[in-house]
Design a protein around this ligand. Sequence first.
Ligand code: GAR
Length: 196
Amino acid sequence: MNRIAVFASGSGSNFQAIADAVGKGILQAEISLLVCDKPGAQVIERARKLHIPIFTFVPNTFASKAHFEKEIVSELEAYNVKLIVLAGYMRLIGEVLLEAYEGRILNIHPSYLPAFPGKDAVGQALEADVAETGVTVHYVDSGMDTGPIIEQVKIPVRPGDTREMLQKRIQNAEHQLYPAIINKLLQKDTIGGLVQ
Ligand code: GAR
């Protein structure tokens, strides 16, 4: 079985969509671990309900990013994780994780990259008054939402859209797209030497 870890910092609706897809057999994988940098985040409760192991930590209690990433890597290795899936993990990945999991870290971002990288991509799109925005799944490198793009979909911004309306439309697309792409990559075995 393909063992994946999901990294999240917030509500975890993407984590839930991935877990639901696993449950339905749409995504042939096992979520072996949730990694969360916010001990009070709603995603933790979601993982608990599903009996998925959780590694949670408080970044500023560590001397540096390298220090907490070393802890994360040893957790990932203990669970024999092959693929890292960032799902609203609001933190740049550092050298330690990149070296350990090069080519095996995915991210989903709520815009049609390279437009609107970084925080609050939905707010940025509304502010820019664009006719369409989107969702992007990409490999992670050391930059802010800059890694090689795997797949993108466009989402129209409708006249009168509130932030909530646009965000809902974007998240619905994310919940369909992300599990499907993860499964496709795992099935094709295109994730850097991944062995089932
Ligand atoms: C998602 O929309 C995801 O695309 C975004 O955070 C949200 C998390 O929602 N990620 C980024 O902006 C990364 N730069 P969720 O916790 O409900 O899955």
